[in-house]
Structure formats: C-alpha cells, structure tokens
Design a protein around this ligand. Structure first.
Ligand SMILES: Cc1cc2nc3c(=O)[nH]c(=O)nc-3n(C[C@H](O)[C@H](O)[C@H](O)COP(=O)(O)OP(=O)(O)OC[C@H]3O[C@@H](n4cnc5c(N)ncnc54)[C@H](O)[C@@H]3O)c2cc1C
Length: 288
C-alpha cells in the first residue's frame, strides 16, 4: 500500500517543530524513526497532511547523566542502548529491553520516545519505563514540563501529550544502591510483539534489603501497567524464596490480559507469575 499524499518539513529546532505542530494541529504528525507511523500511513490508518521530521533537531540527539537523572534524548534509537557499556551497570534494564524489540532494522531506526508516544499496550519500552519510574520531558508552547510515566499513558495509542507538544526526552532517576534487572517476554516468533512481557528493576540497599522494586507489565491491559502491590510488598524486605513467591502472586493482581489469538487470559496470568518469579530469582542470585 502507498500512503496518501503529504507535505514534508524538516525543522532544525524544537521551537520550529512546535510552530509546525501549532500550524497543522491534528493534521501534522512528528516523524522520528517511522517504525510505527509509516506502517500506519501505508495502511491508511494514519493520513497526516504534514510530516514533521525531527531527525535534524540536534538537541534531541544523545543521552547524558545530569542532576540525578539519565536523560535519553528523543532521537535515541533502540539500538543505541542495546550494547551501551557505560549504562549497563546502573541502568541494566535498558539493554535487556532493547534486545527484545523487533529486529535489527527496526532497532536501528525506531526511537524509544517514539515507542512511548505510540503508546501500544504491547510496547516493551512502556513496561521498562514503568519499572524504572521514568518521567517524560515534554516541550510545548508554554515551556518544558516533566510527566511521570504512569500519567503519560492515558489509553491504547493515547498519551497525555497535547497536539502541539513534543516528547523531547525520557528521564530515569539515577539509582542509589545495587541494581538488578530482567526483561522477560514470550513471543510467537522472534521479533514479534509480546504475548506478555515483564520488566523488573530492583534496587538493593547495602544492608541487603530492597530499596525499590519496579515491575512494568506489557500486553496485560489497555496500557502498559505497573504491578504496584508487588512493588510495595518487596520494599524493605529481603529477596528470598518466600518473598519472591509472594511478589509473583501479587503481581497477577495488577494485570488484566485479554483472551485473544495469542492465548487465554488465564494462561497469560500464569505466565506473568512465572516470569516475575524467574526474574526475581535471577536478580537475587546476581545481587548476592
Ligand atoms: C516489524 C516491527 C516489529 C516491531 N516489534 C516491536 C516489538 O517487539 N516491541 C515493541 O515494543 N515495539 C515493536 N515495534 C514498534 C516499534 O519499535 C516502535 O513503536 C517504534 O520504534 C516507534 O518509534 P519511532 O521512532 O519509529 O516512531 P514513529 O513511527 O516515527 O512515530 C510513532 C508515533 O509517535 C509520534 N512521535 C514520535 N516521536 C515523537 C516525539 N518525540 N514527540 C511526540 N510525538 C512523537 C509520531 O508522530 C507517531 O504518532 C515494531 C515495529 C515494527 C515495524
């Protein structure tokens, strides 16, 4: 299929980008990696009158640590974080998630922010960012603000972004303590979206107790979800067989998977329990 016709703009600054968004309103669409937008345009699910290509906006490239956060610019591709050795010790969930996204072609082009804005409930980054308690940096006509990831996802394919706002970066709080993480995903075939996926990010204090536990659930509801009861239960406890078992059962209470061609809701819920249990067992062994 061919997309319908559109005008093309390549702004060089964020301000110019916002000006174009204001000019075109809902008829204007930002183009980042194009890995979700272009398939939708080819299917004519999306028919924007104007494509606003942000790839030439220098300020949106790269990542850096500043003011207690890791700031990942909007044009950071999945592949940029896949083997980034400088981030593996403190932010292990980044590489562990990136390697599960699609195939090398999609990973080399698609961006993390684009994935978050697309807001597919089956987005692996959605779950990972929930587990890492990310904030999305949003720029609009009235300036810059930070939106906690739990408030960013509003509904399937819908975020809290206004039509004249851009997600300029995603911010991860720098961990204080030892970090262990796992991304677990079951897919029908290599490179597919998840039947379900689970992101686990655990920060251990030096006395051995859990300072923070983050669990993001992928393909378990209308939006990426947080397994909050399991998180709250683990904080202040040690990771042992009993707490791991209890947390994995509590995580099921936050999930609302649908029965579909990929499996029944009961099957997915059990998978979720097994994934959280395995993830925590592996993290416990690693953080010993
Ligand atoms: C074959 C294939 C397999 C895939 N498999 C997986 C998978 O296994 N797991 C997974 O999680 N995803 C998967 N995806 C989805 C893909 O990884 C992401 O959705 C994609 O990378 C989105 O990023 P992008 O930069 O390509 O966004 P684009 O396609 O350019 O844009 C997506 C949407 O976000 C908007 N947008 C983009 N960036 C911004 C911004 N900075 N600010 C405001 N709006 C913005 C666009 O206007 C558009 O509406 C797959 C995609 C394909 C094509």
């Amino acid at each position: 299929m061919f997309p319908s016709t559109f005008d093309y703009f390549a702004p060089k600054t964020v301000e110019e980008t916002i000006g174009l968004l204001q000019r075109f309103g809902y008829d204007g669409k930002i183009l980042a990696g194009g890995q979700s937008l272009l398939p939708m345009m080819k299917l004519r699910v999306a028919m924007p009158a104007a494509l606003i290509d942000i790839n030439h906006v220098d300020d949106l490239h790269g990542w850096k640590e500043e003011d207690g956060y890791l700031r990942i610019g909007a044009l950071t591709r999945h592949a940029d974080l896949e083997k980034e050795s400088a981030l593996i010790e403190r932010y292990p969930l980044l590489s562990k998630t990136a390697e599960w996204i699609a195939d090398p072609q999609v990973r080399n082009r698609g961006t993390i922010c684009g994935s978050l804005v697309h807001a597919d409930p089956g987005s692996d980054w959605g779950a990972a960012m929930i587990a890492m308690r990310a904030e999305v940096e949003v720029v609009g006509p009235s300036g810059v603000k930070r939106v906690p990831i739990d408030e960013f996802f509003v509904d399937t394919f819908t975020t809290s972004l206004d039509m004249d706002e851009i997600a300029s970066a995603v911010l991860l709080p720098a961990p204080v303590g030892k970090v262990g993480a796992r991304y677990m995903k079951l897919e029908r075939k290599a490179g597919d979206f998840a039947i379900i996926g689970v992101a686990a990010n655990v920060i251990k204090a030096y006395d051995g107790t859990i300072l923070d536990a983050g669990f993001g659930l992928c393909a378990c509801g209308d939006i990426p979800l947080r397994a909050e009861q399991a998180e709250q239960y683990l904080i202040g406890r040690q990771l042992d067989d009993e707490t791991i078992e209890q947390a994995s059962r509590l995580a099921q209470q936050s999930a609302r998977p649908a029965t579909d061609l990929r499996g029944t809701a009961e099957y997915k819920l059990d998978l979720l329990r097994v994934f959280i249990k395995r993830a925590l067992q592996e993290i416990a062994a690693e953080l010993k």
